[in-house]
Structure formats: structure tokens, C-alpha cells
Design a protein around this ligand. Sequence first.
Ligand SMILES: [Zn+2]
Length: 267
Amino acid sequence: MGADFQPDETRIKAVLPALPETTRFVLIGHAHYDHLMDLGYYLRTSPRQPIYVGSRTAYNILLGLSPTALDFRVADAPPHLGRPIRAGRVVVTPFLSNHAPHVFGLTFMDGEVTEPRRSPPADAWDYKLGRTLMFMVDFLGEQDQIAARVFINGAASEPTVVRAIPDEFLRQHPIDVAILCVPGWDKVTDYPKSLLDRLQPKRIVLSHYDDFFQPYLHGEDPHQGMAFVPFARYEAFVEELMTSNRRRVTPPSLVEPKTGDTICIDC
Ligand SMILES: [Zn+2]
């Protein structure tokens, strides 16, 4: 976490050596190192660069890597906040969210990076949180109609954030899949119930629960010995989710990926 805190390229190459060719967007929910630090590798190595969407802080940190080509949409302020960004048949709409505290009401590596960095981040504390975003992703059909809608949040959030998504936006199309962050769920009120009450997704995909302080292992199963992020209380989260789902008229199905799983959204 201190000096010499750099991405491990050997490991990146072993896990995801290249972005899939059809990648349109890279969505950065916030700028903590576990969400941002490996992007420098893809900025250097991808022959076709996707659009990066994130906060001003995330942008300023990436500029410290002196990327030769970076199409970055700063999405925590106008003109992109709450507005659709389209690439091919994919439309991303970013909304402001927030980040659950880690312990005792404290969020580590808090704050913003307001000026472009002139050098690569040197330690974990250079990856400041910045503003937190959640994303709605629409996959369009032949006639540009919404064929599938996916909600993504990269951090557990306070119940008030759902109000950032306007009613008329939600009326456009039901949410087929909600990808929800697990850790931090018990550090905020009413998560994820408040989100699910408003979004009413058909399916829930859980995310961000394998212990990223340990070397990555492919195929770790949350029900068969996976090492979880410290204090994630994964089983308790799933139990609470199942309990609240049972009270719903049409309960969403639950997907609990193993590490390295690819989720195919075919609605
Ligand atoms: Zn974080």
C-alpha cells in the first residue's frame, strides 16, 4: 500500500490480457485504486480505445499516466451527468451516487483530485475516491429501441441516491439486470432494499466481494470457500436479500458469479 504500489502486469496478463474487441465503454464508478489502477495497462495496450466514463478525479489521475489516446467523459458534472452517452448500440447514462464508509463511519482515501496529475500515482493514497457514480446502460435493438437495460453501482450507497434517477427515465424500460456492490452494505441504511424498491430489477448480479488483498484466483465460488473482502459479511447480505425478495410480488433472480465469470445478458 506504500512505496512501489504499482499494477502487477504479469497478473493482469494472466487474468484479462486485453479488453474484448467489442468493448464500447469502460465505466469507472469511483477512483479508488481497486477500480482504477489497472486501466493504465489497457490505455497503453488496446489498439481500439473505448470511451472511459468517470469522475473528474478519475480523469485527473489517469492523466498522470500521460496516455497517448484517452476519450474520457467527465460524468460527475454537466454536460454528461444524467445525460446519455452513446457508442454503437450501447448508451450509458451516469448518475451521482455515494460510497459507503469502510469502518467507523470513515471512508479511506477520501477527497478529490482537482488538477491533472503530472506523474503516475505512487501509492494507494494517490487514488482518491472522488465523486461516486452509478450507471444505467441501455443496449439498443435494430430500431434503436431499448432491448435491455442494466444498472450498475460500484459501491454500496445511501438510500437517497436513487432519487437521482428521474421517474420518466425509469418508465422508458424496466431494469433487466442490476449489478450490485456487496461490501459496505451494512455501513449504510436500507441497502440494497431502497435501490431495489425503486428499480424493481428482474435479475440481480452481485459484485466486488472476492478478497482483492489476496492474489487473484480464477473460479473462486462464493459458496465454496471463496475468500471474501474483509468485513463484507457476504452470507448475511445474501440472506437479507433473499428475505426481502420473498416479500416481493415478482422476486428478482439472483446471480452470484465466481471470479472470472463472464455474464451474458440476453434479455
Ligand atoms: Zn471504493
